[in-house]
Design a protein around this ligand. Structure first.
Ligand SMILES: Cc1ncc(COP(=O)(O)O)c(C=O)c1O
Length: 393
């Protein structure tokens, strides 16, 4: 039995008429850039996230980049990110000329560790005139927690740290649209707790476009306006450039497709969660829990529906590569997110980190394995995956 990592063909079949109609409408209008579909999608997506403002951009990467540029973060600034994430989180910090400062992760959730972050600040930073200055005399201006695999970071801790040290809080919610977190003041959605939230609609995401697309949500109207200017090369009046931005626009075709898909997102995330529960229960039933490490659900007791949206179902094993090969031999597709921690990437050598600096991120890069998960995955396919994992052990 062949089990792909992701198969969205059934999802498309169910929506193809609506999607084609939406595409036809855009083609008939011949309005492709900054038109009504973008506005409609921005409003709908912001409302879905319960965020006052949504600004469509060209990708999740460009969401991060536009936010950093609009906040004028650059040379001499340091920005804290987890040592384990998709490259864009650290890459965008470096692209604006700032220095990424990596922090180790929590081995259970794969998200930035609040404990490790506090340790870094205590050990290496000091306050100078209300600013946090690090060991390299850079001003630590922002913190970018990443809600990896569809699970929110410990946002109460992140918010407290950001408040105490006057840091901007930018959420990389690329993998977590709709994921909820139990703040003391009540439930909050990924991307809406900090100063800005960045989303990706890369086709494989829980909400995927038919190409690249992204979104920034925020609470501040002036900042939303600045982002809209930033996504047009910093241009407010025609050919008058107030500051340096880029071409970060989300086009009408993608916006129209995303608008059709958005109302189904919660249903798809619920189906992913059901599939995840099925895996977890089956792995426990066949007594594999000690052999592999299963995903955790730290906010399950909060009563929030989307406490985890399972963008990925990630297990861990010290025999990861052998297990992966075994599954590939049985036509089961898996993926490694990510084979290197960020400080191990050749392009970040200049930052001077050494092996062993972030042991949990390094271990996760060696041990994590994403199993097939998508809303329409059959229980039969999942049972086959569990059987083949059991067979390996
Ligand atoms: C955590 C994280 N950040 C940023 C991005 C960048 O998004 P995009 O691929 O849309 O540029 C991704 C997407 O893969 C991601 O997973």
């Amino acid at each position: 039995m062949r089990v792909p990592l992701l198969d969205l063909s059934e999802q498309y079949r169910a929506l193809s008429e609506e999607i084609r109609a939406a595409i036809d409408e855009v083609l008939a209008s011949q309005r492709f850039i900054l038109g009504p579909k973008l506005e409609e999608f921005e409003k709908a997506a912001a409302a879905y996230c319960a965020a006052p403002y949504g600004v469509g951009v060209s990708s999740g990467t460009d969401a991060l980049l536009a936010v950093l540029m609009a906040l004028e973060i650059g040379l001499g600034d340091a920005v804290i990110t987890p040592a384990y994430s998709f490259f864009a989180t650290g890459g965008c910090v470096a692209r604006v000329g700032a220095t990424p400062v990596f922090i180790d992760i929590d081995p259970d959730t794969y998200n930035i560790s609040a404990k490790a972050l506090k340790r870094y600040i205590e050990k290496y930073c000091h306050q100078v005139e209300g600013k946090l200055v690090n060991e390299n005399r850079q001003i630590v201006v922002a913190l970018i927690p990443v809600h990896l695999f569809g699970l929110c970071c410990e946002m109460s801790e992140m918010l407290a740290i950001a408040r105490e040290h006057n840091l901007l809080l930018i959420e990389d919610a690329a993998q977590a649209i709709g994921a909820e977190y139990p703040l003391d003041r009540g439930p909050a959605k990924a991307g809406t707790m900090g100063d800005a939230g960045c989303f990706s609609f890369y086709p494989s995401k829980n909400l995927g476009a038919a190409g690249d697309a992204g979104l920034v949500v925020c609470r501040n109207e002036q900042f939303a306006d600045r982002l809209r200017i930033c996504r047009q090369h910093g241009m407010e009046a025609r050919y008058q450039h107030q500051f340096i931005g880029g071409n970060f626009r989300l086009d009408e075709l993608q916006a129209a497709i995303l608008k059709v898909k958005l109302p189904r997102l919660d249903h798809w995330s619920a189906s992913r969660r059901e599939a995840a529960m099925f895996y977890t229960n089956e792995f426990r039933r066949v007594r594999l829990e000690g052999k592999i490490r299963l995903p955790v659900e730290p906010y399950a007791k909060s009563g929030l529906t989307n406490h985890h949206i399972y963008h990925q179902y990630v297990i861990r094993s010290s025999q990861r590569d052998e297990l992966r090969q075994h599954l590939a031999g049985r036509e089961i597709e898996t993926a490694v997110y990510y084979p290197l921690a960020l400080h191990e990437q050749p392009c970040f050598e200049y930052l001077g980190y050494k092996p062993g600096d972030f042991p949990e991120a390094e271990r996760a890069a060696r041990e994590s394995l994403a199993l097939p998960i998508y809303p329409e995955i059959s229980r039969e396919a999942q049972q086959y995956v569990v059987k083949c994992v059991a067979e390996f052990f």
